[in-house]
Write a new protein. Structure first.
Length: 418
């Protein structure tokens, strides 16, 4: 093995070890606080609901830990174990052109990866989610979704793979700049097309019915100067009892989507407050900021790939005997998480800061009290733990823990009385 092999082995192993350590901390901390509801929530959350959230949180850690270990094992099976060499031989046996051989290589890798992920996904959906009363999906619907997702992956990934590989093959040393431009355009296109063409393949979206809810939301949108393509209710209950709401689309194609489960959980004023929080993300430019980060980071990624793929050690150190553009793409995707794992706390911190700003916007433009009660209901209905391990939460959680978030809302409410 080469020095590069040991570097990848070290970073991947350390990342996995840290992840398992944090998971153990989370399990112990949640277990230790399982039998007592935090004082702040003692009048709104029952002990049974609190214990259910603790048990659900702990149960979800197990498949996550297994997935981490399997991912580490697969990394070395694909690389120094000769997996990519075998896949390369299989792709070349199809006797396609050079570019289409690369496309076949990429598609086969993604299809195999999807199949390898299937057991844990099935266990999570029909084991854990079903055990805690959240799963509403039948096996037939699950398989239908999988077929649709696989078909979409082939239909979308094959042309994109062909374009990227063609640029890598014939655009010269600056191929990565052109590829980055294509990738950026593709991301923006998908954000625009998703609500109109892709999402309806999996769910039904009906306009929000007239009534107090719609009136409140339209009034809020007018106060905030936000324009959207429409207000929709999605049949989320077809697959899960978890509730949520989200914005999707770009420009004039923006949509506001509510899960039907969320509307059943919350009062109209609470739903308005939740939506005001989401509007806060747009008001503070969080969506644009995250998009800019994605675009800049992808540029850095393509530039780094453009350099590493020209280094012989990049291939030989990871068990690839015959360098190729498609092998470079997959190798880069396989090893990158080991080196970006340490960015987790930074990304979580940035996301939490955005959440606090969005909460403050909601308090100023709707009802802070309603936002607080809505969050408590959502934490309870979704069985989200109120007592996560602080270190685990800082590393992994994009949203602040419930006690911290409610306290921040109360501080914003106190400012209004001054």
């Amino acid at each position: 093995m080469t020095p590069w092999t040991w570097v990848v082995l070290l970073f991947a192993s350390v990342a996995t070890a840290i992840s398992l350590y944090l998971s153990t901390r989370q399990k112990v901390h949640v277990s230790n606080h399982r039998n007592e509801v935090p004082d702040r929530f003692s009048e709104t959350i029952s002990l049974s609901a609190h214990q259910k959230a603790a048990d659900y949180t702990i149960a979800k850690l197990k498949p996550g830990n297994i997935a981490q270990v399997i991912a580490l094992i697969l990394l070395f099976i694909w690389t120094i174990g000769g997996g990519l060499n075998a896949l390369d031989a299989l792709s070349r046996s199809l006797e396609l052109s050079e570019i289409w051989t690369g496309v076949a290589f990429l598609l086969l890798f993604f299809l195999i990866s999807q199949l390898l992920d299937l057991p844990i996904e099935l266990y999570s959906t029909f084991g854990i989610e079903a055990r805690f009363g959240f799963n509403k999906m039948t096996l037939r619907l699950y398989l239908a979704d999988m077929v649709k997702q696989t078909t979409l992956m082939i239909v979308i990934a094959a042309p994109m793979g062909w374009v990227i590989l063609s640029l890598m093959h014939g655009a010269g040393a600056a191929w990565w700049i052109y590829a980055w431009g294509v990738w950026t355009a593709f991301m923006l296109l998908m954000m625009w097309a998703f609500p109109t063409f892709i999402a309806p393949l999996f769910n039904k979206f009906n306009p929000l019915e007239d009534g107090e809810m719609k009136q409140r939301i339209e009034a809020l949108l007018n106060r905030c100067g936000f324009k959207s393509k429409g207000l929709y209710v999605m049949d989320g209950s077809r697959r899960s009892s978890h509730g949520n709401a989200y914005f999707t689309g770009l420009g004039n194609a923006k949509r506001i989507v509510f899960f039907d489960t969320l509307l059943n959980q919350l009062e109209p004023i609470e739903t308005e407050a939740v939506l005001a929080h989401e509007l806060g993300h747009f008001h503070h430019g969080h969506v644009k900021k995250r998009l800019a980060v994605m675009i800049i980071s992808s540029l850095a990624g393509f530039a780094l790939l453009g350099w590493t793929m020209q280094q012989s050690w990049f291939y030989s150190g990871l068990g690839v005997t015959e360098a190729s553009n498609q092998a470079a793409l997959i190798l880069f995707m396989l090893v990158l998480p080991a080196f970006t794992f340490a960015l987790g706390p930074i990304m979580s911190y940035s996301s939490r800061k955005d959440e606090f700003e969005a909460d403050a916007f909601a308090v100023s433009n709707s009802s802070g009290e309603a936002l607080a009660t809505a969050l408590v209901k959502m934490y309870e209905d979704n069985a989200s733990t109120l007592t996560p391990d602080p270190l685990y939460s800082r590393w992994h959680d994009s949203h602040p823990p419930a006690p911290i978030r409610i306290e921040h809302i109360e501080q914003e409410l106190a400012k209004q009385t001054i």
